[in-house]
Design a binder for this molecule. Sequence first.
Ligand code: SAH
Length: 236
Amino acid sequence: MNLHSNADQAEIAKFDRLSKIWWDTAGKMRMLHVINPLRARFISDQIDVPNPKILDVGCGGGILSEALTRSGARVTAIDLSQPTLQAARLHAEAHGLEIDYRYLSVEQMASTAAGSFDAVTCMEMLEHVPQPGVVIDACARCLKPGGRAIFSTINRTPKAFLFAIVAGEYLLRLLPRGTHHYRMLIRPWELREWARDSGLEFSLSASLMYNPLTRKFQVARGKEDVNYMACFIKNE
Ligand code: SAH
């Protein structure tokens, strides 16, 4: 399996260019920092193992990996942007956090570490890859039976286009321009179908709803509106 066989080089290059700004909480990554406590709590709530072994796929600068580590998880985090991983390593080191960062695709991870994780998180990453179903299948293979897979992405609807792309990238400028391409966004039923084909049973979903007036996010369980998360359980 080629390291880059299911990676979009233009997408990776985009993240390479963003590598220096991951930990600028007032910069273009600030939305990830804002939603991070909410999604970290959502993830922890789904896992019933103490000090779980978690694989964070497409970890970026480690915003989620660090939060999971601080909550007691033992985290392995993988990404295909070298400069981004370097930023993640430096930040974790500076904060005394032990996170196993690796330059590896999840497909490769699945071939060497199948069945080894209590949970796999793959957040805001599926909408950047050519074949999301292949990533989901590899995530499933990395899990122990009964393990949790938690994905987050953006719905492919006119409303999501308006909120996440038009408002998010152009009007409110909450995200870097060009972060998302409409055609790569993912409908919840597509995510569920890929997951089911990979032996993952749907458990629950939730939307991260943004209120532009209060400029705050909240988790709305059962919704799959614009930004949504979904948890699946690997068949025993
Ligand atoms: N999950 C992190 C970062 C999301 S940004 C968070 O939510 O905070 C998306 C990340 O996915 C980027 O770091 C990018 O380099 C990575 N990525 C894109 N395609 C990938 C692939 N095929 N394999 C691994 N990582 C990938």
